[in-house]
Design a binder for this molecule. Structure first.
Ligand code: CU
Length: 321
């Protein structure tokens, strides 16, 4: 009932306002005045306000960076993360001055060229030279940035050769948890398929496949040896999830029916990162970065990065398939 009254009141206010405006228009018309004509002072004041807005907005922008800049992620903990961070910083160094310059000109011109009845507009159809400059210059910069990004991307998405030293881990996402499966000594994951899911075999591993015999499972947390390339393969048992490792600057979608992959080299142990961030509670984390359902927010797994020795000891204790 209250809502209906509020809606009716709002409609009446709008009708009253429009009627008052009409009345003012009629009154001005009968006197021969132009009601919407702005005076020269009003034009200048509007222009000055736009210029003021630009400075206030830029001040706010700078304050945001200085006030909250330290809340960003700590230093990256993977080899390619350094390259990713460099690309990100480079992109910001390129676009920030352009952002300030173009917006500065936009607001300054609004002030400088606010309407003046004495000034005649310059007719300027086009200039090939200008068109060339503002098409070619951004294209060149973008090409360099994109090529650098592609080369970085290829490095983390090209599968590690089977004979090269690495750890092979399969991460399976499902609403709302992760399971990590280690390939074991043979460096080969046993076959898996959704039709084989049942009972204790939650991820559908083919237990008849000889490659699955030494596979190991980890839930809740999983461990990585520092300095060793890790090849991840990803699966999903239900909807699309996304394996997100913020500290390693990595993310990959987990798509039902498709196996996706990427690799990275962890460069800092959990212990080193605790010291570096000055935070005893620091833990590397794997998150789901696709809104996959009601408990999506809690779909996570801790990651412990440690020495090869500690990692070997931990893996030996994990149960097999
Ligand atoms: Cu998810």
């Amino acid at each position: 009932m209250m809502t209906i009254i509020v809606v009716i009141a709002a409609i009446l206010v709008v009708i009253t306002a429009s009627q008052l405006l009409k009345l003012a228009e009629l009154r001005a018309k009968s006197k021969g005045e132009l009601i919407y004509e702005l005076t020269q002072e009003e034009n200048k004041a509007q222009g000055a306000m736009l210029l003021l807005f630009f400075f206030v907005f830029m001040g706010f922008f700078a304050w945001q960076i200085f006030a909250w800049g330290d809340r960003l992620l700590p230093v990256s903990a993977s080899e390619h993360g350094v390259a990713t961070d460099f690309l990100m910083a480079l992109t910001f160094w390129v676009i920030t001055p352009v952002f300030i310059l173009t917006n500065g000109l936009l607001f300054f011109f609004s002030y400088k060229y606010s309407y003046d009845p004495k000034r005649k507009a310059l007719f300027f159809s086009h200039s090939n030279k200008l068109e060339m400059i503002w098409t070619i210059a951004p294209s060149l910069v973008l090409t360099v940035l994109i090529l650098m990004g592609l080369s970085s991307w290829n490095q983390i998405t090209t599968p590690i050769a089977e004979e090269a030293e690495h750890v092979l881990i399969e991460l399976t996402g499902q609403q709302f948890n992760w399971t990590a499966r280690y390939a074991g000594a043979d460096k080969k994951l046993g076959r898996s398929h959704v039709t084989l899911i049942g009972g204790v075999n939650g991820t559908g591993v083919d237990t008849n496949d000889v490659n699955s015999k030494d596979d190991k499972l980890a839930k809740g947390e999983f461990h990585l040896p520092v300095g060793v390339p890790v090849q991840f393969v990803f699966r999903s048992l239900d909807v699309i999830h996304s394996a997100y490792f913020p500290h390693f600057r990595s993310q990959m979608n987990c798509v039902p029916g498709v196996v996706t992959q990427f690799n990275f080299v962890p460069t800092k142990t959990t212990k080193e990162m605790k010291a570096l961030t000055n935070n005893e509670d620091f833990n590397y984390i794997l998150l789901c970065n696709k809104i996959c359902g009601a408990a999506h927010y809690n779909m996570q797994m801790d990651i412990i990065v440690e020495s090869q020795q500690d990692y070997d000891n931990w893996l030996a204790e994990q149960k097999g398939i």
